[in-house]
Design a protein around this ligand. Structure first.
Ligand code: CP
Ligand code: NVA
Length: 305
């Protein structure tokens, strides 16, 4: 990986994405081989939002590589309030070898990376969730044995997860259809950049509004919460708008019969997805969650070794 930081999928090339998948699969097969890969190194985990998977996978992941993690809660550093992003970066680079940050504005991770001399990894912003997309495409590769030419239909809000899936699909040659209500389209720049990136692989990146049309012939049906972290006050209104976009058995029937169901989790059962879909044999949601561990170990290894 040539990049110093991992802030967005667009930081890395298609070849580098495959290199990360290969390392992740090797780590998954033979954990002991990498037991001292990051021996004695410490990763600071800055969380300004809650987390189960991101925290657990980075925490366990760095330990499995022989390193340590340091959890810094919102209350502890109060980023930009108690201390500026610049000063937090300048302190941390003297004591730890990498920073994982989950926050609100994407500009915060960009600024952190600008000021810190150590690698910065984006653990989710309002704009993107690149580690999630890496775990997701690793999961699809494992299950479908290929990526190019597949169709992924993302049904729901054109949010951070949708953006990273578009960026990754564009790079990897996977067609991505975002199926969303009119007023919840992905960010226009993210869409335009994805369409531009997709020219190199021939992938089609599109936005449609009719759920049945969007899901037709999909190899993967993906959804996420209708109200992301920070949008809790909109949850009730969104439940009404997004109701036609629920991934249920009927909607799944428009996809290929062997389509995978995916969700970054946490799921709001019987809102964006019904129990019968998330608990069905087509669902690979816990494989995705596990792959957060493997793919992020590979990313930490590539950036921090
Ligand atoms: N998918 C994901 O990022 O989960 P957490 O919010 O629990 O970390
Ligand atoms: N879009 C969701 C993803 C959670 C992992 C959020 O930002 O809350």
């Amino acid at each position: 990986m040539k990049a110093h930081d991992f802030l967005t999928i667009r930081d890395i090339s298609k070849e580098e994405m495959h290199e990360t998948f290969t390392i992740a699969r090797d780590m998954k097969t033979d954990r002991s081989k990498y037991a001292e890969a990051l021996k004695g190194k410490t990763l600071a985990l800055i969380f300004e939002k809650p987390s189960l998977r991101t925290r657990t996978s980075f925490d366990v992941g760095i330990q499995q590589l022989g390193g340590f993690s340091l959890y810094l809660s919102p209350a502890e550093i109060s980023l930009g309030k108690r201390e500026s992003i610049h000063d937090v970066a300048k302190n941390l680079e003297r004591m730890v070898q990498g920073i994982m940050i989950r926050t609100f504005a994407h500009q915060i991770v960009i600024d952190m990376a600008k000021y810190a001399s150590i690698p910065v990894i984006n653990g989710l912003t309002d704009y993107s969730h690149p580690c999630q997309a890496m775990a997701d495409f690793l999961t699809i590769l494992e299950k479908k044995k290929k990526l190019e030419g597949l169709k992924l239909a993302y049904v729901g809000d054109g949010n951070n997860v949708a953006h990273s899936l578009m960026f990754a699909g564009a790079r990897l040659g996977v067609n991505v259809t975002i199926v969303c209500p009119q007023d919840f389209k992905p960010n226009a720049t993210a869409l335009q950049q994805s369409v531009e990136d997709a020219k190199a692989t021939g992938a089609m990146i599109e936005v449609v509004h009719d759920p049945a049309v969007g899901v037709k012939n999909a190899d993967v049906v993906y959804t996420d919460t209708w109200a992301s972290m920070g949008q809790e006050s909109e949850a009730e209104a969104r439940r009404k708008i997004f109701a036609p976009y629920q991934v249920n058995k009927r909607l799944m029937s428009y996809a290929k019969s062997d389509a995978l169901f995916m969700h970054c989790l946490p799921a709001h059962r019987n809102e964006e997805v019904t129990d019968e879909v998330i608990d069905s044999p087509q669902s690979v949601v816990f494989d995705e969650a596990e792959n957060r561990l493997h793919v992020q170990k590979a990313i930490m290894f590539q950036l921090m070794k």
